[in-house]
Write a protein that binds this ligand. Structure first.
Ligand code: NAD
Ligand code: MG
Length: 353
């Protein structure tokens, strides 16, 4: 029996994870946590709403931590699991983006597994498994392009929250849905892939595939390209991470190739500057990815609250990156400081505007 601590149990990933755990006799929840929503309908021996997630994890002593918290708030749980060599099924990409260097150092000390839940990274993990880095030419991360693919900047100036939340292929929590509309999500995923697979940024490409059937690809040294295909349904990567190295059945129908057409295009980086900003932040390293993430979290929350126009999300992130020195965080305290400083900067901009 694998005992799973589910953090973010009331969210989009959390709900789907509960479905997977309930359908699998080899999996059980030993703990569940949420930020503020009640957990009354969640069946777990230990439950916690708000508070310190690592306290819950200490009590639960799980075999796997499924971190499905949204945002940088997931950092402590990520580091807790990696430091102890406890399997980490990671949906909370923000913690790895912001704290990548600390997370990798913790994983090296702990010696446990870091199993990506993000669909593209689950795909890449499966494509790369058993392959030496010398075989791999480059990674190709796919994205749908979000609800505003094909629009010009002018057409984005007055988009509403409701329009940004209408994702064409995935049903997700509000923060990641806005990130998908701005392409910040692909930017976060670019940095996430860099840390997960130790591949330099100039060998990670982002390409749009509007129906989200191709979840990512790898190009190999000899010219072969391998792709991972499937329905856009997070239950598959969740199930894979929770049952790894085995695979369990899921209720999904097989893909019907006779009715599929696959199209690819380049992302419009001029219209969606957050992707290029993320790449730049990733390449510069240090706490630039942390600043990118923190500024984006605050700006997205402000957009969702009606306090900031859609296009100003990218401006706020660019401004925060410009005003940061990006100095590496030697420990988690320094990382928390970099995160807090970037948040303050964006908040100040919001209160002036
Ligand atoms: P969501 O908003 O639906 O749910 C977030 C969950 O986190 C909720 O249970 C909430 O209570 C909890 N939470 C928030 N702050 C917390 C805190 N401080 N402490 C404890 N719990 C807290 O979000 P989601 O869409 O499920 O996304 C969760 C994570 O998974 C994000 O990092 C997202 O980028 C990633 N992800 C989601 C999807 C998806 O399909 N939803 C796909 C890929 C990656
Ligand atoms: Mg993804």
């Amino acid at each position: 029996m694998k005992r799973i601590a589910l953090l973010g149990a009331t969210g989009s990933i959390g709900r789907q994870a509960i479905e997977i755990v309930e359908a699998h006799p080899g999996l059980e929840l030993c703990a569940a946590a949420s930020g503020s929503s009640p957990l009354d309908d969640v069946d777990a021996p230990l439950k916690q709403v708000g508070g310190d997630l690592t306290e819950l994890l200490e009590r639960a002593q799980p075999d796997v931590v499924l971190n499905a918290v949204v945002g940088f708030a997931g950092i402590h749980a990520t580091l807790w699991a990696l430091e102890r060599g406890i399997d980490l099924a990671l949906a909370n990409k923000e913690s790895l983006v912001a704290g990548g260097e600390l997370a990798l150092a913790a994983r090296a000390r702990g010696g446990g597994r870091l199993l990506p839940v993000d669909s593209e990274h689950s795909a890449l993990f499966q494509l790369l498994e058993g392959r030496g880095p010398d075989q791999v030419h480059s990674l190709v991360i796919t994205g749908s392009g979000g609800p505003f693919r094909g629009r010009s900047r002018e057409e984005l100036s007055d988009v509403t929250v409701e329009q940004a939340l209408a994702h064409p292929t995935w049903r997700m929590g509000p923060k990641i849905t806005v990130d998908s509309a701005t392409l910040a999500n692909k930017g976060l995923e670019l940095i996430e892939a860099h840390f997960l697979f130790s591949i330099p940024y100039d060998r990670i490409e982002v390409v749009l595939q509007p129906t989200s059937i191709v979840h990512s690809l790898i190009r190999l040294r000899d010219g072969a390209t391998l792709a991972h295909l499937g329905h856009p349904d997070m239950r598959v990567p969740i199930s894979y991470a929770l049952t790894y190295p085995e695979r369990a059945e899921t209720p999904l129908a097989p893909l019907d190739f006779a009715s599929l057409t696959l199209q690819f295009s380049a992302p419009a980086t001029g219209t969606f500057p957050l992707l290029a900003l993320a790449r730049e932040a990733g390449e510069k390293g240090g706490t630039y990815p942390c600043v990118f993430n923190a500024a984006n979290e605050v700006a997205v929350a402000a957009f969702l609250a009606g306090r900031l126009p859609f296009l100003a999300i990218a401006d706020a992130v660019a401004d925060a990156l410009e005003h940061s020195d990006g100095a590496s965080a030697r420990d988690v305290e320094e990382l928390l400081e970099a995160d807090a400083a970037a948040r303050r900067l964006v908040e100040q901009g919001l209160s002036v505007a």
